[in-house]
Design a binder for this molecule. Structure first.
Ligand SMILES: [Zn+2]
Length: 550
């Protein structure tokens, strides 16, 4: 392609309202432009990259047996939302047709009507569509645009195990696709859905807080990350228990100062309502309580902080003085692992302005049968997956997810299959998705330098950028035609700009190789890899051959 014919060019000025590096570089390189409603137009260069991203994902999914369908437009939604919406609609409409915004339902409904037998399974159906994102940050660019190109795969297996195996194959395919694009990702558990794994990429933006092990690479949303409990020194002899009067001290910092004990010897007791009952969650005072971990402990049921009036009634005190001793028996107390080895610890006294000190398991309250991990791990703590590593605070953006939906559709839409004995079974479904727009941006986040983007070969818009300088135009035209004839995608900067402008643009756009033809190069050509500091003079023949073989 001739640069002069390209719709949309590079931009010199630093773009405004572009908070992420990928957004700045994609705007400056002429890959995207803002469009209406906070969305983005993919310019020809951006579209070329997107087509390569799509092709790689499609190839890998085809490798594990996926067939491609065309989806209507829709909304990217979380599973819980999906179930709720399906149930609501079914109740309201009284029908079991499929809703366009939930393609899993459409496909499961179709699969249900196909009278599938175990011989037909597993089945994998994949497709790509533009979808609206629920949580958009237009200033982050394609990483979190209001609309994204979303790749989805739905798998149906003969039974739960087969469906899980099918999901694992899809996950491997996605990972191979990401490797081909040279994008490093973290596989993390989903914050909200126990049966979902997420594929996330690191970002410098204020995105999801994540803890990552410096040694083994273990990565998890901060709310779910596991850490080893520090070994705090403990007093061997039990002290005298007392309820100390400390008015207004509901923060652990001032409280520990007032009592003259380390913060980790204080106890945070928080009351939650879950499944119609109230539970008390107790963690060592330096930690926060992880609602995500608690939710998993209670089978994925949503929980909410107990209302102040409930807290006041159950603790007979103002909010902030709840403690594990003396709560009504119907309140189940869940103890965090950080409280297990403490002696002479503090806790709220269930009496306004009072704090119990020198509490000991086995004397002042029974030692719990089990301790659970319900705290929010802290950066700097030791990793549970390896011996050497410590957790570091980072941020992540989710690029994709892999979920099992189980028998939900069998229940809601009658999706079934027949086994070898002609017995009908619910047809389990899995759903996976990859946000291709965010993925494109993630490639840029991970592959750039101070001068511009450095596209990996697999997704570069062109294999090479040919730069012709004065008096070399005719030779460049001839080379351009030869490269095209050899099937090499080349972008020819045929403008009458200065060498400096053209070189700057070539770096900004980031094609893997820059070819320069000028009076100085004579009948040779300068070959410079985007990542190299210096170019080299090569024969034209050799340049064509290198590019042809790539
Ligand atoms: Zn580790």
């Amino acid at each position: 392609m001739r640069y002069s014919r390209l719709f949309g060019k590079t931009v010199r000025d630093k773009p405004r309202n572009a908070d992420s590096e990928s957004h700045q570089l994609l705007l400056r390189g002429g890959f995207v432009r803002p469009a209406s409603g906070g969305g983005f137009l993919l310019l020809p260069l951006g579209q070329r990259v997107m087509e390569k991203v799509q092709a790689i994902v499609a190839e890998e999914i085809a490798q594990c047996g996926g067939c491609v369908v065309g989806f209507p437009g829709g909304r990217q939604s979380a599973n819980s939302d999906l179930c709720r919406s399906l149930r609501l609609r079914r109740r309201e409409v009284g029908s079991d047709y499929a809703f366009a915004e939930h393609h899993e339902a459409a496909l499961a409904s179709l699969a249900g009507s196909l009278a599938l037998s175990y011989r037909d399974l597993p089945l994998l159906v994949a497709g790509t569509r533009w979808a609206n994102r629920e949580e958009a940050h237009p200033n982050w660019g394609l990483l979190a645009a209001p609309e994204c190109l979303f790749h989805s795969v739905y798998g149906f297996g003969a039974g739960d195990l087969a469906t899980l195996e099918c999901l694992s194959n899809i996950g491997n395919s996605y990972m191979r696709a990401l490797q081909r694009m040279e994008v490093k990702v973290w596989a993390m558990r989903s914050l909200s859905h126990a049966s979902t794994m997420e594929i996330a990429t690191e970002t410098q933006l204020a995105a999801r807080p994540t803890l990552v092990c410096s040694h083994c690479g273990y990565a998890e949303a901060a709310e779910l990350a596991e850490s080893r409990v520090p070994e705090w020194p403990q007093q061997p002899n039990p002290g005298v228990t007392a309820a100390v009067h400390g008015p207004g001290l509901i923060q652990v910092g001032p409280l520990s100062q007032f009592l003259g004990i380390p913060v980790h010897q204080t106890t945070k007791t928080m009351l939650f309502e879950v499944r119609g009952q109230v539970i008390a969650a107790c963690v060592a005072g330096i930690y926060g309580v992880s609602e995500a971990k608690l939710m998993r402990l209670f089978g994925g049921h949503r929980l909410s902080l107990a209302a102040p009036e409930v807290v006041k009634e159950l603790t007979s005190s103002e909010v902030g003085y709840a403690g594990p001793v003396g709560l009504p028996p119907q309140v189940q107390v869940i103890w965090d692992l950080s409280t297990e080895h403490r002696t002479n610890f503090e806790a709220g006294a269930n009496l306004t302005d009072h704090h119990s000190i020198n509490l000991n398991f086995g004397r002042d309250l029974p030692r719990p049968d089990r301790f659970f991990d319900i705290r929010i791990a802290r950066p700097g703590e030791r990793c549970t997956k390896c011996e050497e590593g410590r957790l570091e605070a980072r941020a992540a953006i989710v690029l994709g997810n892999l979920s099992t939906v189980g028998d939900l559709y069998a229940e809601l839409l009658g999706a079934k299959f027949l086994d070898a004995d002609k017995t009908t079974h619910p047809l389990p479904v899995n759903c996976s998705g990859l946000d291709l727009s965010a993925l494109l941006a993630a490639v840029v986040e991970q592959h750039h330098d101070g001068r511009g983007i450095i596209w990996p070969d697999s997704v570069a818009p062109f294999a090479a950028q040919l730069v012709s300088l004065p008096l070399a135009e005719a030779a460049a035209e001839s080379l351009y035609q030869r490269l095209r004839g050899a099937g090499v995608d080349v972008l020819w900067d045929d403008r009458t700009e200065s060498a400096g402008v053209k070189f700057g643009d070539a770096d900004l756009i980031g094609n893997p190789v820059r070819l320069v033809m000028s009076r100085r190069t004579g009948d040779k050509i300068e070959w410079k890899a985007r990542v190299a500091e210096q170019g080299e003079l090569v024969e034209v023949e050799e340049a064509v051959e290198r590019l042809r073989l790539d």
